[in-house]
Design a protein around this ligand. Sequence first.
Ligand code: ATP
Ligand code: MG
Length: 582
Amino acid sequence: MNVIRMSTLYAPTLKEDPVGAELASHKLLLRAGMMRKMGSGLYSFLPLGKRVLNKVERIVNEEVESTGAQEVLMPILQPAELWHESGRWSDYGDEMMRVVDRHDAEFCLGPTHEELVTDLVRHELRSYKQLPCALYQSQMKYRDEIRPRFGLMRSREFLMNDTYSFHATQESLQEYYDSMGAAYERICKRLGLDWRAVEADSGEIGGKVSVEYMALADAGEAELVSCECGFASDVEAAACCPHPTVYEHEELEKIATPGVHTIDELAAFLKIPATSCVKAYSVKDADGAISVLFVPGDHEVNEIKAGHLIKGFAPLTDEEMVAAGLHKGSMGPVGLPAGVKVIADESLKAVTCWTVGANEDGFHFVGAHPGRDFKVDAWADLCTVKEGDACPVCGRPLTGARGIEVSQIFQLGTKYSEALGATFMDEDGMEKPLIMGCYGVGVTRAIAAIVEQCHDEHGIMWPLSVAPAHVCVIPLTVGDDLVQPAAERIARDLAGVGAEVVIDDRKERAGVKFNDADLIGWPLQVIVGKRGLENEEVEVKLRRTGEKTTVALSSIVEMLSFAHRYHFKKDAGRGTFDGLFR
Ligand code: ATP
Ligand code: MG
């Protein structure tokens, strides 16, 4: 294996934090010379970043292939017709990058590939005997994110490993889905991530069952809740069990509440707990029919859940509220205009007496009794879950955390196969739609997640499994006839036994080399100096712990192997030594 030479390596490091980079991963990947920004949400990978990308991509591909999936490569440029067939040309919205060719034909730059892969198999997967079948690709995806930010975390072009599976039966889908779940867990471990699998909303893609793999990080955009019993969920998806307090008041009584608009103001004004005040939220469906949603005062309506319940869901604007005869800041279930439906969160079933708006500016009701004073048209799970709510499995209070969604698996069912007419002949001679699953790993986002979890104030601390190289040999002086030849020999010896080795042969001060080595984050540094060599010794530094050990020249290869084993095995999941001297 060749030794990488820092003197010729295209890895321009930066001393200062780049302007506009907020997250550690974004700053450090730029500062360490791993990537450069080319436009909003668009990055070039420089040689070191590309080495990391290749390693992450390889780990993901290996685990996905271990499930039996076969690699394909589909076009990035996708004809609009296929998206018209599925109905997503309009449903996908502004996130889709659209392109027109010279003949005025429309295309998109693939944000995902369900339509294309269904088209690919619909003429060939025709019999139950050919099933199950799983195809994957590792390819750039394009999404015109409303706010591209945080570097690789939310970009407009990103590398995804996407797999699609086709089945004759739900049991076969379930079996494959479980094996992909296990593969995705192994990917998280091999990438050295501290992660959690959480129940997820299946979102735009549809279908019923979905799990997200989250790297835990305060910088993560996703909010999750978990419980000691093992339950874990994305807050967007979790069934919610709030504990609204019950405030008893027998009579329905209208109270003047001048200047009161929010729940907190109402609770303070009436001197009652906020959780016993019921919050109202006016919405309309695709046909313009209006409902008011009610949730406990300390909770928010979850727009995703409400969207599943109400077709074409949209909150009412201030003007629409006025037109519908609704009073912003004072809505309640008693005396709503005719035709407006009352939909209440399940948890409010326990609340016999509601404190709510009186549908009159400046007035609220206390003692509004469902059944007696108003009718609830439908009960539903409407709230966004939050820390402290009861676990929907065991009832204990939930703990909150933040995470970075690294990957997600979905059971799609027959949504796309039905829309595109992808059917097969089953054993019983019947023509049936293929049952599908889809699975995606954000390869470039995974790199950001790794750096988010593995860094300190000096730079990146790559797990061995994805480091751009394993060892950096640092001669303290260059051009003399003792230190440099010794460093070159050590580098060659280590490379000779299969390690990926870099030598910092630049004519720079030792301080500059040390800083860059810490910034770039080589897992191991071998420091070669004149004084040490006089005693036939060098110094070895472990980046993760900062530990330094003096090692005899004669045993450097053996010692590194030991140090590595000691360090990485102890730090379970951060990458084992096994890959080093393959
Ligand atoms: P998010 O909710 O974060 O927007 P998503 O659920 O829309 O992501 P999926 O369609 O599930 O994303 O795509 C699979 C994976 O691709 C995600 O788990 C994530 O790791 C990655 N990914 C999605 N959008 C981006 C993006 N804009 N930049 C980088 N990676 C992304
Ligand atoms: Mg997702």
